[in-house]
Design a protein around this ligand. Structure first.
Ligand code: ADP
Ligand code: MG
Length: 740
């Protein structure tokens, strides 16, 4: 019964006919594909179209509402709803939904048809398309099934979605119908945030406000608003759907829980930036076509380090739109993969022993003139502003390294961080040798004595002139400066970027607030503004020195050094989440109004609950995988081998086969032993009420047992004949697709 291996044939399947829809849908495109600019954003409706379609007055109302955070009047809402409905219905949408990001980390949607009934006097029903301002602006999904972390009791389980006009509406083109999606925030009856988007919007707003105060104090009198920008590089694996479907672990948990290493892993290092395999390329082209139509500015695609691993990166946008776009990208990846008989794995560590996937978050800030505040610039003033802003960011990361670490904590990321493939769980900042040198000279108060060509003596201000020609990279750093932006590399591939980005924005906003006060003090004492600014930069440089690290973050020496420096070392999710319970560590979130105390508390509970549930599902899946697949395969092999032993005549073969049987028995014994202790451990969970006790049992007792069980299951795989092994193997899953 085991010899049937549909996945072996499947992996060689040609891409199914449904792919390359752009070629298919417009036959005339087959040879002539139109330029991207012709269809970019064709499935979106944003402010540009609204300006075009709305009356001048209605658009002005909308703009005012956006700029000043005012409520839309129902009248304007009706006018907007009308133009949206006309466009959506013309584009073929039959339904609309409020699209939001509850704290599950996924997106949620509830669809409604555009139809409305008109009764004629003969009581015949006439259906018309209708969409009201009310339906656009606010929805009331039943919130009781979304996590609130204890913020609401079920009797007031009301939750509301509200349109976020700053993010464009879009249409999802399904197999048989189209749906208009309205990007929304999601909140409770008392205005408490029930989603990941609301805190992000709040954080972008406070960051702008505080940055403006600072820049004004610095002498940038005309600065009006600051936008946090984000470009997130998304890593992922592509696996044949037949392989995935034959593995209960992938189906249940999105990752493998067993799998002996294949003889070839990634040691040849030939996959990174190599030619993209045919099936993957077809997927990417199809995906990009979809994303362009949805207005997502995807820019780069390439192979990643591990076999069957790839990366996609967009052009950066303002953080709230980039966050929606990343979420939309992840959803579209999954949907398009299905059309290609592939499964897109976004888990941080789907395969043991080879690289996991991350999502580097490239982050910066720009002003309303489009100038990047983290760009060293060309004029002395820009240089000074750059140094000041850099030192403010250093202060933010230095102060809140623990909460930043907690913001990227997830069970999947635990397996990725620190495995010599992703930065360790210790947050530090890499500046690059030149900037590091500049900050070191500033610290010593010797900026004017520096001899480097890049640093010039401007006299009084001692302002170094910084060239932006950075070439050095440090792939081991969790938070690295890369020329004109920071790259937060510790973020996991499945994460909702809104979470770490709102924490980062809040930390930097608080740091700006603090720096403004200090700068004002210095200005009161000094007559020369530049000198006052340099003094602030110098003070911040000295205070934050501990967070800067230029060396190898993977080394044991760094771990010891970080400990000596007193940096937070939070190795696991279980340890990191406790930070959200620390009222001192999280106070800045309250003072910046990014999260209220109850909202932080609720997030803490939800994170623990998610950790517990995720791991419990993984552990239970491992149990059934062992019982239903691995032990029976081992038994079949033992029977076959024992039968062979009975037939053997030569003493040498008999001894060899007896040894082999004994080894197999030992593997079986070990497997049975670990299995039963895991099952006993899981039983204790059912009698443990307290979520923290739950987490402790899982993290400290069950996970180590599961690791041992996995180890013996992996050993079993090496003894069992290939035709008796019931699961697709690593070599099949990871390599068959990469053969072009
Ligand atoms: P790198 O080679 O350093 O990875 P890339 O130019 O390839 O740099 O950019 C990587 C990601 O960083 C892209 O998504 C890009 O849009 C983004 N990025 C570039 N500049 C900024 C910025 N100022 N703010 C935010 N993201 C940025
Ligand atoms: Mg990069």
């Amino acid at each position: 019964m085991f010899s049937e291996k549909p996945w072996l044939r499947a992996a060689h399947l040609n891409p199914p006919a449904s792919i390359s829809r752009k070629h298919q849908r417009a036959g005339n495109w087959t040879h002539e594909v139109p330029p991207i600019s012709e269809y970019f954003g064709e499935l979106t409706f944003g402010l540009g179209q609204m300006r075009e379609k709305l009356s001048k007055e209605a658009y002005q109302h909308l703009s005012k509402a956006l700029d000043q955070g005012k409520k839309l009047t129902l009248e304007t809402g009706e006018a907007i709803a009308l133009v949206i409905k006309d466009w959506a219905v013309q584009t073929g949408a039959t339904h609309f939904c409020h699209w939001f990001q509850p704290m599950t980390g996924m997106t949620a949607e509830k669809h409604d048809a555009f139809i409305s009934i008109q009764h004629s006097h003969h009581s015949e029903l006439t259906v018309i398309e209708r969409f009201t301002g009310g339906q656009l602006i606010q929805g009331e999904p039943d919130a009781s099934s979304f996590p609130s972390g204890g913020m609401r009791s079920t009797f007031e389980a009301r939750g509301y979605t509200a349109w976020d006009p700053s993010s464009p509406l879009f249409i999802i083109d399904g197999e048989y119908g189209k749906t208009l999606c309205i990007p929304c925030v999601f909140f409770g009856y008392h205005g408490e945030a029930l989603d990941n988007k609301t805190p992000l919007l709040r954080s972008a707003q406070i960051l702008s406000q505080e940055a403006i105060h600072f820049l004004k104090t610095l002498g940038d009198l005309d600065a009006k608003s600051i936008t946090a920008t984000l470009g997130s590089e998304q890593e992922y694996f592509l696996i044949d759907i037949h392989h995935a479907n034959a593995r209960p672990d992938i189906v249940m948990t999105g990752k493998t829980l067993q799998g002996a290493p294949s003889p070839r892993g990634q040691q040849l290092e030939d996959h990174y930036f190599g030619a993209i395999p045919r099936r993957a390329k077809a997927f990417m082209e199809d995906l990009e076509y979809e994303l362009y139509r949805l207005g997502v500015p995807v820019k780069t695609r390439h192979n990643e380090v591990a076999p069957s691993q790839y990366e996609l990166a967009p052009i950066f946008e303002s953080v709230n739109i980039a966050a929606d776009h990343n979420t939309l990208t992840m959803e579209t990846m999954k949907r398009v993969a299905g059309r290609h008989d592939l499964v897109c794995l976004l888990n941080e560590k789907p395969f043991a022993g080879i690289n996991g996937s991350g999502k580097h978050c490239n982050w910066s800030m720009s002003n309303d003139k489009g100038e990047n505040l983290l760009d060293p610039g060309t004029t002395p003033h820009q240089n000074l502003r750059f140094l000041a802003v850099m030192s403010v960011v250093l202060q933010a990361v230095h102060r809140h390294a623990d909460v930043l670490r907690a913001s990227i904590a997830s069970p999947g990321n635990d397996h990725r961080l620190g495995g010599n493939e992703a930065p360790p769980a210790i947050i530090s900042v890499f500046l690059g040798s030149m900037l590091d040198r500049i900050f070191n000279t500033i610290e010593k108060g010797e900026a004017n004595q520096a001899t480097e060509a890049q640093i010039i003596n401007l006299g009084v201000g001692h302002i170094p002139n910084i060239s932006k020609d950075y070439t050095d990279r440090n792939r081991t750093s969790p938070f690295a400066f890369t020329g004109n932006k920071f790259e937060f590399r510790a973020v996991g591939s499945s994460a909702n970027v809104s979470v770490p980005m709102s924490i980062l924005n809040a930390a930097v906003a608080e740091s700006f607030r603090d720096a403004t006060i200090r700068l004002k003090d210095l200005l009161a004492k000094k007559t020369n503004r530049d000198e006052a600014v340099m003094e602030l930069v110098r003070a911040l440089t000295i205070e934050t020195k501990n967070i800067r690290f230029e060396g190898n973050n993977y080394s044991e020496a760094w771990r010891l050094e970080a400990k000596k420096r007193g940096l937070p070392i939070l190795n696991t999710t279980a340890e990191a989440l406790a930070v959200f319970h620390d009222t001192v560590a999280t106070e800045f979130l309250v003072t910046t109004k990014v999260l209220t105390r109850p909202e932080i508390e609720s997030r803490y509970h939800i994170a623990i609950e998610r950790y517990n549930k995720t791991l419990e599902i993984e552990l239970r899946t491992l149990v059934s995988l062992t019982q239903e697949f691995i032990i029976p395969a081992l038994e079949a092999q033992l029977t076959a081998s024992a039968n062979t032993l009975a037939l053997l005549k030569t003493p040498g073969a008999k001894t060899g086969q007896t040894d082999r049987l004994r080894e197999m028995e030992l593997v079986l014994e070990q497997t049975l032993k670990e299995l039963s202790s895991l099952m006993a451990g899981l039983d204790t969970l059912t009698t443990t009420e307290n979520e923290l006790d739950h987490l402790k049992i899982i993290a400290t007792q069950l996970t180590p047992i599961a690791a041992k069980l996995r180890e013996s299951c992996d050993r079993a795989e090496n003894y069992v004949a290939a035709n008796l092994w019931p699961l697709p193997k690593y070599r099949e899953m990871l390599f068959l697709n990469t053969i072009s």
